[in-house]
Design a protein around this ligand. Structure first.
Ligand SMILES: Nc1ncnc2c1ncn2[C@@H]1O[C@H](COP(=O)(O)OP(=O)(O)OP(=O)(O)O)[C@@H](O)[C@H]1O
Ligand SMILES: [Mg+2]
Length: 700
């Protein structure tokens, strides 16, 4: 588990004053300690004769401290007192620096050092002083047991007594994509008296909500930034479609559906599935997902004394891997969906297809849901000219699209390593299966789905992937709750939220065979950014949980402004919001303009997300929703002329901030190295450039 040493250092360096901590020594512990280590030793404490102390030089102190820290007994005792190896190192470095640099050593410390120097005491006798110092850096050591109890995450099933009291029946709909899992679970959802659907995406929650509306079945919608009641009076109806993070655990249902359950192993969001799975209060819980997650779900629920009934499904339509790769974009046909793993590949392929005369629908992760929906509708509409789609893996989950053939432009995805470098990694079997599963959806015009790759060299790899089973799900994600953080803060009133979370993740205990702690990087980043804004803890926690992309400067800057306004108890209305941005939006004329509009959209989503949590300060939700609709249409207009946007894009911006302007050959290599485009797309571009040059020569 990470100990976030660098942040710890930054937080605490300046606040340590040795003289302040002398009074807080743990006498009983030290007396035991001293009696242990002082056995068989004559201690002639200079303390009785303070006049005998001499002014100590660094040459006197350094060997004593070196002796002290080298001793295994010291390390063992520090561990017993709760210091991790990293904390011990940090504490010692600072203790040493303090002893060597302070103008005047505290009297007691000076006496002990003097005693050690003259052989009247042992280096071990420094332990008490050292621990006092360490405890000032790591205040949680004072109340370690209490804190350990709060962050004991070994039995999450016990956190939900309401769900435990029901005696739930759990049905797992297991099977490959397009096998009718969600369909069957939704049938139960529709016919139950009170039910909830928990989906992985806003789009899927909205699709279910819309389906119910179309059939005149009462249903509400709850996503992170939206709440729609089907009852005009604003009263809750007995049916709710929501994103999994919004699953209401305090309500009782007859039926709950938790879709795409295998995502409980997701690094960022897995906690939301774990929470819903263990905590939803429903007589019948229908979970849908890959068969690979069945053993984990069974093991998790066994800790709650619950058993799982598994219903297995088979694909409803055939899925055939073609014998040859597409080779050239000229071979693209209606009903094809080209899947890329970067936005830049997506734009490059789209431009090439538009140049070939295709009308293209595009879907990628950061595209606002409204715009995504319009792109899906255009593509699904048999009468629309747009019959080719280019998408990132954002289409990989549960969506029903009229796709005949999936073409993988590449099988590699850019991953950010822990050292911040980018590298190309193969996509997982599960991702390949999910994406391929979008072809030939049951109920569409295509009774069979086809899959292939753009490049011949990828085809065998794809075949191997699609004939494998996804890796079994190993562990489910967990995340500290607001209540746990609040209780921590009660014990550590002077600590920043960041430190509280560091200590929490450091101390928390969980069953490692079933659970892992979800990534808290985004939370920590925001906590650091908000450190200087005076906010109550609960509000600070909420702001830090905001679903924002921490790499998006526009969104982060606005979030901080919002937090500052909030801290001054100021209301933020639509005008305030538009003053923070360029409004009204202009139709984009380059890819960077388009990206800016997407950021504005995220800002609106952020406002609406906060409005559900702080109703007083964020009141103008209707106005913001209207502005979002305006923005959606401007973004969609931009998408219709992607090729033009790409042509207008400054190469430097488009490639990456890190790529300097260089001649074409090395520029292309740089694009690949920086992860801007994949080698596969570079190959295609090269052959296109070659063709262009031949044509150009012919024209001449
Ligand atoms: N028995 C059925 N009758 C009519 N339509 C069905 C039936 N079963 C499934 N479908 C339709 O087939 C499509 C695929 O089904 P569904 O979405 O339930 O698959 P899934 O197994 O959940 O796939 P994924 O893993 O991709 O989420 C949907 O449009 C669904 O409405
Ligand atoms: Mg499904």
């Amino acid at each position: 588990m990470s100990t976030f040493p660098s942040m710890k250092e930054k937080n605490h360096t300046s606040s340590v004053h040795f003289s302040q901590v002398r009074g807080k020594r743990d006498k009983s512990f030290n007396s035991i300690f001293e009696s242990e280590l002082s056995k068989n030793r004559i201690v002639k404490r200079t303390a009785k004769h303070p006049e005998k102390t001499k002014k100590l030089t660094p040459q006197d102190i350094t060997p004593i401290l070196t002796d002290f820290i080298r001793k295994p007994e010291i390390r063992n005792l520090a561990t017993e007192r709760g210091l991790s190896a990293q904390q011990l190192r940090t504490s010692f470095v600072r203790f040493r620096s303090f002893c060597l640099n302070v103008k005047e050593l505290p009297v007691e410390l000076e006496i002990i050092l003097n005693d050690i120097l003259v052989g009247a005491a042992h280096p071990d006798d420094l332990f008490g002083q050292f621990m006092d110092f360490a405890m000032k850096i790591y205040p949680h050591l004072h109340c370690r047991e209490e804190l350990s109890r709060i962050c004991d995450l070994r039995d999450p099933s016990a956190w939900y007594p309401q769900a435990r009291a029901i005696g739930r029946k759990i049905i797992y709909h297991a099977g490959p994509t397009n096998s009718g899992k969600t369909y069957h679970a939704l049938k139960k959802f529709m016919t139950a008296n009170a039910s909830v659907y928990c989906g992985p995406l806003k789009m899927l929650a909205t699709e279910v909500f819309q389906k119910m509306r179309d059939q005149n079945i009462e249903c509400d919608l709850a996503t992170g930034d939206d709440r729609i009641y089907s009852n005009p009076s604003g009263e809750r109806s007995s049916r709710l479609s929501c994103t999994v993070e919004m699953a209401p655990l305090q309500e009782n249902f007859d039926v709950a559906v938790i879709d795409e359950i295998q995502l409980l192993q997701d690094n960022q969001r897995g906690w939301a599935w774990s929470r819903a799975l263990l905590g939803i209060s429903a007589k019948e819980v229908h979970v849908c997902g890959e068969a690979a997650a069945v053993p984990l779900v069974k093991n998790l629920l066994a800790t709650a004394g619950e058993t799982v009934e598994v219903q297995e499904y088979k694909r409803l339509t055939g899925l055939r891997v073609e014998d040859s790769a597409l080779i050239s974009l000229e071979n693209v046909m209606p009903g094809d969906c080209l899947v890329c793993f970067s936005k830049r590949d997506l734009f490059t392929v789209t431009k090439s297809l538009e140049n070939l005369g295709h009308r293209v629908a595009v879907i990628y992760g950061s595209l606002p849901p409204g715009a995504k929906l319009i792109q899906c509708q255009k593509f699904n509409d048999e009468n629309d000219e747009c019959n080719v789609m280019v998408a990132t893996d954002a289409i990989g989950m549960g969506l029903n699209l009229n796709i005949r053939r999936i073409i993988f432009v590449s099988l590699k995805k850019v991953e950010l390593n822990s050292d911040g470098k980018r590298s190309f990694e193969s996509i997982s079997v599960s991702q390949a299966l999910q994406i391929a599963g979008r072809a030939g959806r049951y109920g569409t015009q295509y009774s069979e789905g086809c899959v292939t790759t753009l490049n011949a060299r990828d085809l065998n790899t794809l075949k191997a992937m699609l004939s494998s089973l996804p890796q079994p799900a190993e562990k489910a994600g967990l995340y500290p709750t607001a209540e746990q953080i609040e209780m921590f803060s009660y014990h550590l009133p002077d600590s920043s939220l960041q430190s509280i979370l560091e200590i929490f993740t450091d101390l928390c205990q969980m069953d490692d065979s079933l659970y892992f702690m979800c990534n808290i990087e985004s939370f920590m980043y925001l906590a650091e950014k908000m450190d200087s804004i005076p906010l109550p803890l609960r509000a600070r926690y909420v702001f830090c949980c905001s679903p924002v992309n921490i790499k998006d400067n526009i969104v982060i800057t606005t979030l901080l402004r919002m937090a500052r306004q909030f801290s001054k108890n100021k209301v933020m209305d639509g005008n305030w919001l538009t003053n923070q941005m360029q409004w009204p939006p202009q139709v984009p004329s380059s890819i960077s303009d388009l990206a800016q509009l997407e950021s504005l959209h995220d800002v609106f989503d952020l406002y609406l997300w906060l409005s559900l949590r702080f109703t007083q300060q964020f009141q103008e939700t209707d106005k913001v929703r209207q502005m979002k609709t305006v923005l959606d249409s401007v973004i969609v207009e931009g998408l219709t002329k992607l090729s033009q946007l790409m042509s207008n894009e400054n190469d430097e911006n488009f490639a990456s901030a890190r790529v300097a302007q260089v001649p074409r050959g090395s520029f292309a290599q740089n694009l690949v190295q920086s992860g801007a485009i994949t080698p596969e797309v570079l190959d295609k571009l090269k052959s296109e450039w070659a063709k262009e040059q031949i044509n150009h020569a012919k024209d001449k």
